[in-house]
Design a protein around this ligand. Structure first.
Ligand code: CTP
Length: 451
């Protein structure tokens, strides 16, 4: 009787194929007679937080093929797949490197699980770092968002946080100590030590800091809103272009995979022509917070307006026919709640934000064939539904959103720096300029209200 073939399966990304991968595949093959190798898709790697993979899936497949060890190559696209593959392919042995020890013991009821010793001193991460010049990021400002940025940046290969600048020495030192980075109060020294300035200072200081960073030859990631006037936005983008530097507005929603998926579905025609978009984001801030005490540059629209305007600009574009603001203000004229109404050639939109009023923060996109609903926090898009006239039909979509989500924006920034222009569509210069123009229109109305 013919002896049963022992089937072995292993999985990996196999980015920048190296000796560790080769040895793993060689030993995996020796465990049996037939080796299946599962190679991750780009999308799956992103959802499990493996950002910055360099090789395309075709290259990674080619490299595994070249070793001659794989009898069959499959694609790994989701977390539950290993379990179903083991049964589907009638696997006898599941194997991976010892960095995963214990993590796949749940498969032991179905096959043998072998953890092969990992080859020392080599990894794709290491090679990625050697290949790229590590971009040293310097943070300007020490507010809440800066504190969220540091741990997220740690997860993205190709960047490291060099330090923080704050003209107030105490704040710089406190922040630097908390995050174990350098504190700078001397600007020249700060610019000398960095490649990228991450501007997370109060809104009204963005324009000057952007100009200063560009003048020092540094790339810029700037928190939203980029600047508060259209002309300023045009000027800083032109300056960056002239100097060959990257100026990038950080609206995290724009870069998160779930929001990208949502835009894809909304524009696919599945809900027909879009006729109405409603986006709402509210927070109850402490009355002593900067947002509610800064009489000139605080208020709900400067704080949250970029988020609520984003889906509208992405879905309808920047050429609105009419824009109107309506705000509820406190005794100092600061907007606690603002509604923006926009008219486009083919539809209408409403963006609502509040710092002193709580509402249901959702995103609703209505079309001629159905509607998409995303509940709060839609700005960290991870789940949405498509509804139709037939109430019994609901399409449900989900996508992972990891941590604070800034990792997606930082990883896209690095990709753009490495001239992967394919990511530039996520938030275009034109959209950033339009957003600054909308901030300016809002301020004009505010001036009138304060008079
Ligand atoms: N592997 C190994 N020895 C190494 C590196 C990887 O045995 N030095 C194994 C892993 O344990 C895994 C397979 O090779 O079973 C594919 O690993 P992959 O995650 O693609 O490679 P890494 O180099 O670990 O990638 P990264 O640095 O991106 O985590």
């Amino acid at each position: 009787m013919e002896k049963k073939k022992i089937k072995v399966i292993t999985y990996g990304t196999f980015d920048l194929f190296h000796q560790g991968h080769y040895r793993l595949l060689q030993r995996a093959k020796q465990l049996g007679d037939y080796l299946i190798v599962g190679i991750t898709t780009e999308g799956y790697d992103k959802t499990r937080g493996k950002l910055g993979v360099v090789d395309s899936i075709m290259t990674r497949i080619e490299n595994v093929k070249k070793t001659g060890f794989a009898d069959e190559i499959i694609i790994e696209d989701s977390p539950g797949q290993k379990f179903s593959d083991v049964k589907k392919y009638n696997i006898d042995i599941f194997t991976v490197g010892s960095d995963w020890t214990g993590q796949f013991d749940y498969l032991k009821d179905y096959c043998k699980v072998v953890y092969l010793e990992r080859t020392k001193d080599i990894s794709s991460t290491m090679l990625r770092e050697q290949k790229q010049h590590i971009q040293r990021i310097g943070i300007i400002g020490t507010g809440r968002i800066a504190g969220r940025f540091v741990p997220e940046a740690k997860l993205v290969s190709g960047v490291s946080t060099q330090g923080v600048y704050n003209p107030h020495k105490e704040s710089a030192l406190k922040f630097a100590e908390e995050w174990d980075i350098n504190a700078y109060t001397d600007k020249e020294e700060f610019y000398r030590d960095i490649d990228v300035a991450y501007i997370a200072s109060p809104h009204e200081t963005h324009y000057e800091y952007i100009k200063e960073a560009l003048a020092h030859g540094k790339h810029v990631i700037c928190e939203k809103p980029l600047v508060l006037q259209r002309k300023q936005a045009e000027e800083v983008f032109a300056e960056a272009k002239e100097k060959g530097l990257l100026l990038f507005e950080g609206i995290k929603t724009a870069y998160c995979p779930g929001f990208q998926k949502l835009l894809g579905i909304a524009c696919s025609g599945i809900i027909g022509t879009i006729r109405n978009v409603e986006a709402c984001f509210t927070k109850l801030e402490s009355p002593t917070s900067r947002e509610l005490t800064d009489r000139r540059f605080g208020g709900s629209f400067r704080e949250l307006g970029s988020y609520v305007m984003l889906p509208i600009l992405k879905l309808y574009g920047t050429e609105y026919k009419k824009i109107e603001f309506d705000s509820i203000r406190d005794e100092n004229g600061l907007d606690l709640f603002t509604r923006v109404s926009l008219r486009y050639a083919t539809g209408i939109a409403t963006a609502t934000c509040g710092l002193g009023v709580k509402s249901e923060g959702r995103l609703l996109i209505s079309g001629t064939l159905g509607y998409i609903i995303v509940e709060a926090p839609w700005w960290k898009t991870s789940y949405f539904e498509v509804h139709y006239e037939d109430a019994g039909r609901v399409d449900k979509y989900s996508e992972i959103f990891l941590g604070d989500g800034l990792r997606y924006e930082i990883s896209d920034f690095v990709a753009l720096l490495n001239h992967h222009e394919k990511n530039a569509f996520k938030l275009t210069r034109g959209e950033s300029i339009a957003l600054s123009g909308i901030m300016e229109r809002f301020a004009e109305g505010e001036q009138l209200a304060k008079c």
